[in-house]
Design a protein around this ligand. Structure first.
Ligand code: FMN
Length: 375
């Protein structure tokens, strides 16, 4: 899927989506560390058909994986957001919509229905923050996911080289990239130039592209301090999840401030090249928070086997970001549903091969060769 998507998405959008920061060591670490996790299959097993259903805050889901929030998805593949959300609803798995979506949170909730949560980048402006939270409440989102790992605009070399901006700045380079990808151009013609629809009500009226870009930068900046977090907690009556935490102590601190769950994530390796992989921190966060806290994870998950690995290491739920965009670009609007079918089949297949019937038993099949050798 990824290979096919590569030939349909223009270079500037491809590099924006697949890229990380710096030398991209952290991109490799996310997937590489995950691939190191081994399982011991056991064939003298009484296991019946594996059950991959799960529940989060009492809501039943058909599978323990879902869609991570991905900003500017409509630039990567124009019009891709509704089919991804509709597929998540049809498969009854969690869908998180980004603040930086190119379709409004109100329109998108109609597609995601009961599986939709909204991801908030808390803006600096308190009135804007309150308004966005009110909109999410009115639209009926039950979960609010506060992303804390973007305290400011990051410098990604490829995006700078490509002159990436929103709305896209069609200079000679981007026009050349786009001209080489007619499927993408046709989608763009159908769906229009992507904008940050959730933010347009707050942007200065009649702003130039440059002013708009500066506005978006100013919206993002700053750390989410305890006080800022408490203000959000006070305004949001539903479930509040913090996304972008790697440090177990920080995870515990957010829980003490009233969070209902944590997403262990390094933002798809897009923020700090020296950050640890999500999978390496997951067991430590689980240990620090104890067995009852909701722990979600993402970063480098590419198969049902990877989902099983994350669950074995302590995750209750697993998110994937880039793969759902690859799926629409490669296959069309049916792509996300196809990918969800494949992931479910791979997860069931992995559990069947291990002799594991329940998600909660996956940890019993973890294999650590060095420990086994010294036993
Ligand atoms: C192009 C792109 C845009 C993203 N935008 C957001 C965003 O708007 N909000 C957010 O919380 N995370 C965002 N993320 C991070 C994802 O939610 C998720 O943490 C990450 O993609 C997981 O890694 P994976 O792509 O390897 O599955 C983005 C990731 C990518 C690749």
């Amino acid at each position: 899927m990824k290979n096919k998507a590569r030939w349909r998405i223009p270079g500037f959008a491809w590099e924006y989506m697949t890229g990380g920061i710096g030398l991209e060591e952290n991109v490799r670490r996310n997937t590489g560390d995950l691939q190191q996790i081994q399982f011991m299959p056991r064939y003298l097993s009484e296991a019946q058909q594996p059950d991959i259903s799960t529940s989060v805050f009492g809501q039943k889901f058909d599978a323990p994986f879902g869609v991570a929030p991905v900003g500017l998805a409509g630039l990567q593949w124009p019009g891709c957001e509704p089919p991804i959300a509709k597929a998540a609803r049809q498969h009854n798995i969690l869908h998180m919509l980004s603040t930086h979506a190119t379709q409004s949170l109100e329109k998108m909730k109609a597609h995601s229905g009961p599986v939709g949560w909204f991801q908030l980048y808390p803006p600096k402006d308190a009135a804007m923050e309150t308004d966005m939270i009110e909109r999410a409440k009115r639209a009926g989102y039950e979960g609010l996911v506060v992303t804390v790992d973007i305290p400011g605009v990051t410098r990604r070399d490829k995006d700078i080289r490509n002159g990436l901006s929103v709305p896209p700045n069609f200079d000679a380079r981007t026009v050349y990239h786009a001209a080489m990808r007619p499927h993408w151009l046709l989608r763009l013609a159908k769906h229009g130039i992507p904008h940050f629809e959730n933010l347009t009500p707050y942007a200065p009226k009649g702003a130039t592209t440059k002013e708009l870009y500066d506005f978006l930068g100013s919206v993002l900046s700053n750390h989410i301090t305890s006080d800022r977090f408490k203000q959000i907690r006070d305004q949001w009556p539903g479930k509040l999840i913090v996304k972008g935490v790697l440090d177990p102590e920080e995870a515990a601190a957010y829980m003490a401030l009233g969070a209902d769950g944590i997403v262990v994530s390094n933002h798809g390796a897009r923020q700090l090249d020296a950050a640890p992989s999500s999978v390496s921190m997951l067991p430590l966060v689980r240990k620090r928070l104890g067995p009852d806290a909701l722990v979600i994870v993402d970063g480098g998950v590419r198969s049902g086997l990877d989902i099983a690995r994350m669950i074995a290491l302590g995750a209750d739920y697993v998110l994937l970001g880039r793969p759902f965009i690859f799926s629409v670009a490669a296959i069309g609007d049916e792509g996300p549903s196809h990918l969800m079918d494949v992931l479910k089949a791979e997860l069931r297949g992995t559990m069947w091969q291990l002799g594991c019937q329940k998600l909660g038993d996956l940890h019993k099949f973890l294999h650590q060769p060095e420990k086994a050798a010294n036993a």
